[in-house]
Structure formats: structure tokens, C-alpha cells
Ligand binder design. Structure first.
Ligand code: 13P
Length: 250
């Protein structure tokens, strides 16, 4: 049975003072029935991994470079993240695709680097509102998927997050039918890439305005194996009920 995954993306939020949220979360979920991953800003990876040592809470990063070292001022490599204690790294988030012009090819190179460093790659895909309104969603997802996955992908080292850009931080979410359509489509495409058994075992997360109030409904959708949560992952008060909803799903 694959473990579901509740992942939190803190984005550019949080200082040492916010680590108390992780302590509160751990106290509330000492023996979770799902995997829990928090991706704080890079500055907090080391203290967060120290705090969560010997606990079920995994810590991840939000990006890495595709090279393992070199003249890349301001960047952090996958081996460095592993050395800092990270277990995973989010790649190809739409905010990085937009703010830093990351192409799917770049994302694939980063994912290969993450895999080589034994990090789980959480690869993000998602369409813009314009693309959805033009009925291009599945074409966009197919294209991103085709170019963002390196050859090293396995069910164990890769998680796919479907995050429609228009749902991120807006309070808007797709209908359950729309989420189901995209997740079914991703699963089918993965089948073509890595075969049916591995494709079935890859965890597919939904992301975009997941809150305590809508989590149960989203987790009831077939082929949704968890969530990638932004704003509601910043506090234990909001993230804890989302974890519980995932534990109680199906
Ligand atoms: P929100 O949950 O704040 O909409 O953010 C989703 C997201 O981008 C997670 O990576």
C-alpha cells in the first residue's frame, strides 16, 4: 500500500521563531498514518531537520541547482541539501517557472540531480487560467510531464504535484471532476513513461488553496494521494486538520 503524503511548502516564509509550528505539529501527530513533509526556506532546513530528528516528520527544500557544485552564486545543489538533512526537494513550482524562467527541461535536469543525491523530487505541473479557459489544460500538463521527468524517475524517488496556477493562493479550487480528470490523465501518462506498476505507485498530490475546510473533499477524489499545501501549512493549527483528513481518507 502506498503511503499518502501531506506536504507543506512554506515558500519565502518563516524564521527560526516559526519552528515552534513543527514542534506543535509533531506533538499532535506522534504516529501519523501518512507521510508528512515540510519544505521550509533553505535557511531553516538545518534547524528543522535537527528538531525533527528521529520523528516521522520529513524536511525538504524548495529548489536545487542541476549541478552538484560550481560557480553559481546564490544557488544550492542537491548534494548540499542532502548534506543539510533534506529528504526531498520541490522542483518546477509555478512560482519558480514564472519568477526564474524555469523550463521543463531545466526541471528535468534538477530532478536528475535530486535523484542522484537520493532526494525525492516533488515535481510540480499546472496550467494558467488562460490555458484552462482555452481548454488547453491536458495539453499543457502532457507537455510539462513529458519534459520535466528525467530518465531516473521511479515510484520511490518521485512525487508529482498538480497545482493549477490560478488556484494557488487565491482561495479558488477546481471542481472535484476537474481535479479527477487531470489526476487520471497524469496517471495514464505515467503509465506510458514508466509502466503500469510504477505509475500506480507514484504519489500524485493536488495543490492550490487546500484548507482544512476542503481537504476531505479533495482527498476523496480517486488518484489524489495527498496534497502540496502552501498557506495552510504555515501553522500547525491549519496543517494538522489537513493531515487528519488525509489519514481518514478512503
Ligand atoms: P496555497 O496552498 O497557498 O494555495 O499554495 C499552494 C502551493 O503553491 C503549494 O506549493
Amino acid at each position: 500500500m502506498k503511503r499518502k503524503l501531506a506536504a507543506g511548502n512554506w515558500k519565502m516564509n518563516g524564521t527560526n521563531a516559526n519552528l515552534i509550528e513543527l514542534q506543535t505539529l509533531l506533538a499532535a501527530h506522534p504516529d501519523p498514518q501518512v507521510d508528512i513533509l515540510i519544505c521550509p526556506p533553505a535557511t531553516l532546513i538545518v534547524p528543522a531537520t535537527r528538531l525533527s530528528a528521529d520523528s516521522p516528520l520529513m524536511i525538504g527544500a524548495q529548489d536545487c541547482h542541476s549541478a552538484s557544485s560550481g560557480a553559481h552564486t546564490g544557488d544550492i545543489s542537491a548534494p548540499m541539501l542532502a548534506d543539510a538533512g533534506a529528504a526531498a526537494v520541490i522542483l518546477g513550482h509555478s512560482e519558480r517557472r514564472q519568477d526564474h524562467g524555469e523550463s521543463s527541461t531545466t526541471v528535468a535536469a534538477k530532478a536528475a540531480a535530486a535523484h542522484a543525491a537520493n532526494l525525492t523530487a516533488v515535481i510540480c505541473l499546472g496550467e494558467s487560467l488562460t490555458e484552462r479557459e482555452a481548454a488547453q489544460t491536458l495539453d499543457v500538463i502532457a507537455d510539462q510531464l513529458r519534459h520535466s521527468l528525467p530518465e531516473s524517475v521511479t515510484a520511490a524517488n518521485t512525487v508529482i504535484a498538480y497545482e493549477p496556477i490560478w488556484a494557488i493562493g487565491t482561495g479558488l479550487t477546481p471542481s472535484t471532476a476537474q481535479i479527477a480528470e487531470v489526476h487520471d490523465f497524469i496517471r495514464a501518462r505515467l503509465c506510458d513513461c514508466i509502466g503500469p506498476e510504477a505509475a500506480q505507485a507514484v504519489r500524485l498530490l493536488y495543490g492550490g488553496s487546500v484548507k482544512p475546510a476542503n481537504a476531505a473533499e479533495i482527498f476523496a477524489i480517486p488518484n489524489v494521494d495527498g496534497a502540496l499545501v502552501g498557506g495552510a501549512s504555515l501553522t500547525a493549527r491549519d496543517f494538522s486538520p489537513i493531515i487528519t483528513a488525509l489519514e481518514n481518507a478512503r
